[in-house]
Ligand binder design. Structure first.
Ligand SMILES: *[C@@H]1O[C@H](CO)[C@@H](O)[C@H](O)[C@H]1NC(C)=O
Ligand SMILES: *[C@@H]1O[C@H](CO)[C@@H](O)[C@H](O)[C@H]1NC(C)=O
Length: 187
């Protein structure tokens, strides 16, 4: 009896290891995938739905990474910056892009831009920005492409926080589960 439950215990342990490994690697993924069947999560952020369509940590992408994100009315990204290029394509809904340059000691009052379905915008490297679904009637859905993954995000509590005080979040929320620190070259 004990032997049997131990076997059960170890085989379920083995099973969960195998499942985690397959979530974190490309092997076995079909070439063409149905986006509706890719896992989505809010990573602890209310109102967010994030899908990593093609990722560095998850799929071994080297130069770019692609996300599909949906923000429910009122939800938003943190105020943040990263030293990569970023392109947005708004698929649905509308909202506001807040953006400030990285010059000076702190971002300061951001510029505001209306973003809308079928609009696109690019975030210059290191500019501090926030995307906010300010439309109270509709979800905001964006396709996001970043360069140089995995993303290293510096988060600000407000627009007047000094750049040097912004908090590094790395690996970022959706990279945490599969992230492995690069192997150090000892030579
Ligand atoms: C993609 O997945 C959704 C949800 O499972 C399903 O309804 C749809 O039929 C799928 N599309 C194709 C072409 O298989
Ligand atoms: C977005 O704009 C392109 C170019 O005009 C157009 O072909 C496409 O139908 C538009 N898509 C939507 C969803 O409006």
């Amino acid at each position: 009896m004990l032997g049997r439950s131990l076997t059960l215990f170890f085989s379920s342990l083995l099973f969960s290891v195998v499942v985690v490994a397959s979530q974190c690697s490309v092997t076995g993924l079909p070439l063409v995938r149905n986006i509706s069947e890719i896992p989505l999560d809010n990573y602890g952020r209310g109102g967010l739905s994030h899908i990593t369509i093609a990722g560095s940590v998850l799929h071994g992408m080297k130069e770019v990474e692609v996300w599909l994100q949906t923000f429910s009315p009122g939800s938003r990204t943190p105020i943040h910056r990263h030293s990569c290029e970023e392109v947005f394509v708004v698929l649905k809904g509308s909202g506001t892009l807040y953006i400030a340059s990285s010059h000076g000691k702190h971002p300061g009052k951001p510029q505001e831009h209306f973003i809308f379905s079928n609009s696109t915008f690019q975030i210059p490297v290191n500019d501090v920005h926030q995307v906010w679904n300010t439309n109270e009637h509709e979800d905001l859905q964006v396709l996001v492409i970043i360069s140089r993954p995995p993303v290293k995000v510096f988060i600000y509590e407000d627009w007047f926080m000094p750049h040097t005080a912004a908090r590094l979040k790395y690996p970022y929320y959706w990279d945490e589960q599969c992230f492995q620190a690069p192997v150090k070259d000892e030579l």
